[in-house]
Design a protein around this ligand. Structure first.
Ligand SMILES: Nc1nc2c(c(=O)[nH]1)N(C=O)[C@@H](CNc1ccc(C(=O)N[C@@H](CCC(=O)O)C(=O)O)cc1)CN2
Ligand SMILES: Nc1ncnc2c1ncn2[C@@H]1O[C@H](COP(=O)(O)OP(=O)(O)OP(=O)(O)O)[C@@H](O)[C@H]1O
Length: 204
């Protein structure tokens, strides 16, 4: 079985082969399907969603973020803190971004709230470099989101959660060598739509 690092490398190579046009198209499709997911789980009321800003060759998420805002929802974005913990800032179109102290990403400026705020959101859009059909997920290697999910799972349950990836990043069952701290996800959001993974969908 390929190691997590092998899988990360091969997904990075794949992602770097995508053109600017392919990235932009993926961002638009992810926004469309992501908004449909949000509409379904929020049942028409304005809610809050935890999202993140896709960087470099990750699937772009700004169209999704703007669409959620335009639909009347609030958007929380993560900030990397010491100890590989995340804090959260409410995003508006005026929010400024600054370079993270911990990762090669830009993060929102504003009041930072701890992860408890995420337990009350309607849904979480989560970054991933790959998922497999069992719902196992590989991120960028920081363990930030595994820690977040563990915290939510241990404190009253997690909101509906969906991993954002390209279609080719959805790997066959058993492809990801899951470790005890890995927290599986029920669904993947890809440019083609929503893919239910092994553990059962949050839309069921
Ligand atoms: N957009 C985004 N934000 C996120 C995450 C993420 O995976 N993606 N994280 C999830 O935990 C946390 C930050 N962790 C990160 C750790 C490493 C790299 C990084 O090394 N990126 C490289 C390679 C990107 C690639 O080509 O795939 C880079 O930007 O050059 C980025 C984020 C919180 N915010
Ligand atoms: N709940 C946890 N508590 C403490 N350490 C953890 C936890 N979850 C993961 N880790 C640590 O984080 C490191 C990275 O894990 P992994 O490679 O699975 O990250 P990832 O899923 O790719 O990253 P991310 O969740 O940030 O997207 C591992 O070395 C692991 O020891």
């Amino acid at each position: 079985m390929a190691s997590k690092e092998d899988i990360r490398s091969s997904r990075r190579l794949y992602r770097r082969s995508l053109s600017k046009e392919q990235l932009a198209q993926a961002g638009e499709s992810i926004a469309r399907h992501g908004l449909a997911w949000a509409r379904k789980i929020s049942a028409g009321s304005p809610r809050t969603f935890a999202v993140y800003v896709g960087v470099s060759h990750e699937p772009p998420t700004m169209p999704l973020i703007a669409g959620l805002h335009d639909a009347g929802h609030q958007v929380l974005l993560p900030v990397c803190e010491a100890g590989r913990q995340l804090s959260w800032v409410y995003w508006t179109p005026e929010t400024a971004f600054v370079r993270s102290d911990y990762a090669p990403i830009d993060e929102p400026e504003g009041e930072r709230l701890d992860s408890a705020v995420v337990s009350a959101v309607a849904g979480i859009f989560m970054p991933a470099t790959a998922v497999d059909r069992d719902g196992n997920r590989i991120g960028q290697g920081g363990g930030y989101y595994d820690r977040l999910l563990q915290h939510l799972d241990n404190s009253g349950g997690r909101p509906p959660t969906i991993a954002v990836v390209y279609d080719d990043d959805v790997l066959p069952s058993g492809a990801i060598p899951a470790e005890p701290f890995d927290r599986p996800v029920p669904d993947a959001l890809t440019p083609s739509g929503i893919i239910t993974l092994g553990g059962g969908s949050d839309l069921d």
